[in-house]
Ligand binder design. Sequence first.
Ligand SMILES: Nc1ncnc2c1ncn2[C@@H]1O[C@H](COP(=O)(O)OP(=O)(O)OP(=O)(O)O)[C@@H](O)[C@H]1O
Length: 688
Amino acid sequence: MAAPPDLHAYLVLHRGSRWTDVYRLSPADEVVMGRASTNQIILRSGRASRRHARVFWGHGQTPGWWVEDLASRNGVQLNGQKIDSPQTLSEGDRLEIAGFELRFTRDLANGELNSAESPVDSWQDGVTEGDLSQILESSECLDIVSRSSGDLTLKRPKRSPYDRSRAGDPIPPRAGTDRALLQMAFAMGRAESPDEAAERLLETISEQIPAAEIGLYFDVPAERGSGARLPPPRRVHQRPGHRYRRPPETLLEQAFAPNASSILARNVLGDATLATENTQGEIDVESIILVPLINTESTPHRTSGLIHVTTAADDPSLTDEELSLVVTASEIFGEAIRSLQSQANLRQDLLQTQQTVKRLRAQLTGRSAILGRSDAIREIQRQIVQVAGSGAAVLLRGESGVGKELVASAIHHASPRADQPMVCLNCAALSKDLLESELFGHEQGAFTGATMQKKGKFEAASGGTLMLDEIGEMNLDLQAKLLRVLEGHPFERVGGHESVKVDVRVIAATHRDLQAMVQAGEFRQDLFYRLHVIEIVVPPLRQRGRDIVLLAEHFVKTLSKSMGRRELVLSRAAIEKLMSYPWPGNVRELRNVIERAVVMTPHRDDERPTIDADDLLLAPTRIAGNLPSIDHDPVNSNRASISLAELERQHIVGVLKQTGGNKSQASTILGIERSTLDRKLKRYAKGD
Ligand SMILES: Nc1ncnc2c1ncn2[C@@H]1O[C@H](COP(=O)(O)OP(=O)(O)OP(=O)(O)O)[C@@H](O)[C@H]1O
């Protein structure tokens, strides 16, 4: 006799926070719980009597659902009170029978399907291949298994459905399930996309539960996580002659609610809260497994997908082992998706980093653009293009500050080595031993302080370009070692025996006359010839005509911007002053002069600030040949009339001029720290 639908109710058993078992009560059938295998709900516990309790529909004084203790040894508790006569059941009542707790409800939409405990740990915990056996092991916490359609079988806690050793085990072991899950885990580990992983998931579940329809939903956007708005399943498995139907609204609400747990529901024929009707308007689903996929990357954790398995009226009910299988498979799937996601994120990061590197490189190339329209600079630009393609060594000659490093950088960036490193080393700044170890590296313990192996600039520039500035300052022994490397021989790190071979293009630079040095025996002739094959002479600034103004305006613009100042303009008088000055310190000196002027020019709001001739602090200079000379020769000027402090000041100014304003070089020559030099210069600027 079919009961009116509103008389149906459910017994719900939560098993930890992992999943929920639902048994649908039908008024036509009483449900007996106890140890005997003939019961509808079998309690596999030493504390259970053979026929322990029954739940039934009664028409007595109060028509409704009743629970009765069938004279059990350990009794039945209803909401914490032991019962001694049949009691009616009300919404939310809690039954405790032989150590198991069941809830009575008529309304599953009332949140009853979800456990009160914190979020489902199945998806959240995730698994790795190594964890898989542990997860299978954790299935031992299963305390209920189903035997046949329409009943619940409770068994002792801590018994695994995979345990084959117990005599008289009512659960046939699922041979091959573990192996299928392992194979699935490995296949998912190789998957290249979430869809491929999903394919493996569906394949495994449908092989293990052949008599079922399966729908898989994943990547469900947060705003579409319920009801009619749920997108169609991404993957479906249905047997010939059967159609998969998505879960009804009530079940979806449960699955997408916070703390959703997995659900196994049986005996659900005709229940519109748990299944969706077919085209004839009937609900012909017998049992359901619904496992939410929880996205733990989101805050708070939320359901981002579902595995939905259903059996039809004529099929056997889904079992606990099958629930366990689907939950475990979902955990593995979750882990695979997370790992694919993090791979995708890494790929994305890498792409962004590569784009940043490209952008910065373009900026650097822009910055290293050699400004100038003079014939002298056009000739340099032509030579750069000409030599860039070859891997031959290049010798750059020119006064200090003319832009030799800029030319080297332009050659590197125009060459096929542009994507590889460019490394610069100033040979004048280091002692012989230090220079050797900087160039070729050293092994651990090679000298005092060599606490670990260090690669040299040659290795650092591998595949790229090494610029050796002030090559004329290199000691003769090192010149010999350098020549061997330029000739393609391997080298050894200082204190080492291992041969290191690198592919590095060397660009050497000097402001000195190397030929004269060769004649004086200060530079190796063979090295000179090797370097001299391609020689570019960078002209001094005073030979570049209007380029002086072009460069000055460029520095005014870029320096005002970098200092956050409104853009300044050079007055006509200032331009004339710049054009008539011989620039012994070349472009570096010009840059320094403009920098000072930009800092010192007063800031007025009303008009565009102008750099006037007086704002340009140029040192009085006398030119000898085309090299800078020093006006204040501290050695030969009238020392007797000046103080020691003034003598020091003059000497420092002289050395700075000699180095074209290069403070690092000046401090090396003066034998003082760069910071000391800065301090002294500040003091002079204040007029102390
Ligand atoms: N043509 C140019 N266009 C723009 N900036 C330039 C130009 N030439 C030189 N500079 C700038 O002048 C400064 C000195 O240039 P660089 O260091 O290349 O000179 P250098 O000849 O290598 O000096 P040194 O011999 O003292 O090492 C740098 O700030 C550089 O950017």
